[in-house]
Design a protein around this ligand. Structure first.
Ligand SMILES: *Cc1c(COP(=O)(O)O)cnc(C)c1O
Length: 405
């Protein structure tokens, strides 16, 4: 029997991870060894509904057959070339993502944080080369409670002490203002402001939905002062909030769209930014890149992920089922719930302070077969794969009522 074939129990695997893996996460006590659609299974055969979807990277459901087929078919032909050469998939993916976003051009990376870094570099370069701001003086406006990833530059402007502290010296050039507060943004603008970087709905902060018109207001400020508006749609994009992209709730056109997570169809890290030619043409050969960015395997998967999203009406499903789910949650009239908020199948349940820590409830929900994760100590996020059916929401609600009702 090879190592890979030996069966370990959940308990053994959790202990092994604790011993050999760095403790940079605090997972719920469940080991997943199999999955299909909205369902996941542990080594002992207990089944759970996934209500986190890998932070919205699994919007298509686990192992969507068309996505897996694309992965396998491409693996049999070509996987990696680097961008030292052309490959026959990246051009097709670039054209498809350009069509989807309505932007002229696309720059591919792998993880979300890399795409955010790419947006930051783009904004700065545009600031110096186009807007004419003095080099090294450019400022980007960002928001309190933001989450944009884990690189040293990105955590430099995180307001979460756990994500931020002890990683200095920090990258300068970011001005942090309160979220959902247009006056604060206006006040933060000066002659060196080159960009605004925003999550249209703050995911990690606890599905914080700003007032209608907030993103539109940012667009107006950006227009008035010749500033680029970059929207981080890594978690909110590709249908999660009931629109293709969350900025569409405000009916605006951002300058830069940052995508990741579900772009990889739940199987492969694929991220990208999309923008018009006048912006993305600022990159000349050698000025930015990634060995794996634009690799044929990722491109093949991402193209099918986009097709599946559209063909299976996942955006519309998210809007309809999200409303249904949220109505059911609200109808519980629970004594321990302070507030329920969200858009589409992106729902945050804010617990009353008196209820105790959210972790207690996510742990109990897990025991009932519902997997979701707390964000902060008092918020539970429900974000099932967009392929979930109404009957499955009804089934999940029975369990949720037993714990939160
Ligand atoms: C997850 C996330 C990121 C970072 O993506 P990684 O792939 O983990 O690097 C950035 N921005 C938002 C809004 C996210 O949700």
């Amino acid at each position: 029997m090879t190592m890979a074939e030996k069966k370990y129990s959940s308990k053994q695997l959790m202990e092994m991870e604790h011993t050999y893996g760095a403790h940079n996460y605090h997972p719920l006590e469940v080991v997943i060894s199999k999955a299909e659609g909205i369902w996941v299974e542990d080594p002992e055969g207990k089944r759970y509904i996934d209500m986190l979807s890998a932070y919205s990277a699994v919007n298509h459901g686990h192992r969507h057959p068309a996505v897996i087929k694309a992965l396998k078919d491409q693996a049999d032909v070509l996987t990696l070339t680097s961008r030292a050469f052309f490959n026959d998939k990246w051009p097709l993916f670039a054209r498809k993502l350009s069509g989807l976003t309505g932007k002229d051009m696309v720059l591919p990376m792998n993880t979300g944080a890399e795409a955010v870094e790419t947006a930051i570099k783009t904004i700065r370069k545009w600031g110096y080369k186009v807007k004419g701001v003095e080099q090294n003086k450019g400022e980007i406006i960002v928001f309190e409670e933001n989450f944009h990833g884990r690189t040293t530059t990105i955590v430099s402007f995180s307001t979460d002490p756990v994500a931020h502290d002890f990683y200095g010296p920090y990258t300068p050039g970011f001005k942090i203002v309160p979220y959902n507060h247009l006056e604060a943004v206006k006040k933060a603008v000066n002659k060196n402001t080159v960009g605004i970087l925003v999550e249209p709905i703050q995911g990690e902060a606890g599905v914080v939905v700003p007032d209608d018109g907030f993103v539109k207001g940012l667009r107006e400020i950006a227009d008035e002062h010749n500033i680029l508006l970059a929207v981080d749609e890594i978690q909110t994009g590709l249908g999660r909030t009931g629109k293709l992209f969350a900025f569409m709730h405000d009916d605006i056109e951002p300058d830069i769209i940052i995508m990741g997570k579900a772009l990889g169809g739940g199987v492969f890290p694929v991220s990208a930014i999309a923008a018009n030619k006048d912006i993305l043409e600022l990159f000349e050969p050698g000025s930015h890149g990634s060995t794996f960015g634009g690799n044929p395997l990722g491109c093949a998967v991402a193209m099918v992920a986009i097709d599946v999203l559209l063909n299976e009406n996942m955006v519309q499903r998210s809007a309809e089922l999200g409303k249904y789910f949220m109505d059911q949650l609200k109808a519980m009239n629970s004594d321990i719930i302070e507030l329920i908020r969200g858009k589409g199948l992106f729902i945050g349940v804010v617990l009353k302070k008196s209820a105790g820590k959210a972790r207690i409830y996510t742990s109990r929900l897990k025991n009932k077969g519902i997997l979701c994760k707390e964000t902060h100590d008092w918020i539970i996020r429900f974000a099932p794969p967009l392929v979930i059916k109404k009957e499955e929401i009804d089934y999940a609600m029975e369990k949720i009522r037993e714990i939160l009702g």
